[in-house]
Design a protein. Structure first.
Length: 174
C-alpha cells in the first residue's frame, strides 16, 4: 500500500510523525512537510521526504497510484485551500489528486474552536468524500497516558485506511 503523510503547521506535528512510524513496514511511505513542519530527517523515518514546493514529485500525479493520504495536523489554511481547489504546493496538490482519483483522504484539523468558515469548509469536503477526523480522544479505553491517547487517535486513523493495528483497546460492550 502507498500512503502519503503530510504535516502542515507546527503545532501537533509530532502526532503526524507518530502516525508515520506506526504504519506497517511493508507500506510505501511518503512524507510531505510544510515550511513550518520541518521536523524529521529522511533516513530516520525511512520514507520518501518531499519538500512542499516540489509540485513535480510523484505524489502530485494521479498516475502514481497512492492509496491514501492523511494530513495531520491539518491547518485551517491548508483545509481552506483544499476546499477551494487551490493546489499551490505539494500538500494541496496531492490532496487534490486524492479527491480527483476518489482515494482515501483524511484531514485531522488541529485548531479549536472551529470557526463557521472552517466548519463550512469541512462540510464541503466531507460531501466530496474527504474524511474529517480531528485528533479527538475517547474515554472508554481508559487511556491514562499521553502515549495511549495518541495511540488511540493513530489507531483510528489507521482503521479509516483499513490498516490492521492493535494500537488501542477495542470496545467490547462490557
Amino acid at each position: 500500500m502507498k500512503i502519503i503523510v503530510a504535516i502542515s503547521g507546527a503545532s501537533g506535528a509530532g502526532l503526524g510523525l507518530k502516525f508515520l512510524r506506526a504504519l506497517p513496514s511493508d507500506t510505501t511511505k511518503h512524507l510531505i512537510l510544510s515550511d513550518h513542519a520541518q521536523i524529521v530527517l529522511e533516513k530516520e523515518e525511512q520514507c520518501h521526504l518531499h519538500q512542499n514546493n516540489e509540485i513535480w514529485a510523484s505524489v502530485a500525479s494521479g498516475s502514481y497510484g497512492a492509496d491514501a493520504m492523511i494530513i495531520t495536523p491539518c491547518s485551517m489554511n491548508t483545509l481552506a485551500k483544499i476546499a477551494c481547489g487551490i493546489a499551490d504546493n505539494l500538500i494541496t496538490r496531492a490532496a487534490a489528486v486524492m479527491i480527483k482519483e476518489n482515494k482515501t483522504l483524511i484531514l485531522a484539523p488541529r485548531e479549536i474552536p472551529f470557526s463557521p468558515i472552517a466548519l463550512e469548509n469541512m462540510l464541503k469536503l466531507s460531501r466530496l468524500g474527504v474524511i474529517i477526523a480531528p485528533p479527538a480522544l475517547a474515554y472508554y479505553g481508559e487511556q491514562t497516558t499521553l502515549e495511549a491517547m495518541e495511540n488511540f487517535m493513530i489507531g483510528k486513523w489507521m482503521d479509516l485506511m483499513k490498516l490492521d493495528n492493535t494500537l488501542y483497546p477495542r470496545w467490547s460492550g462490557e
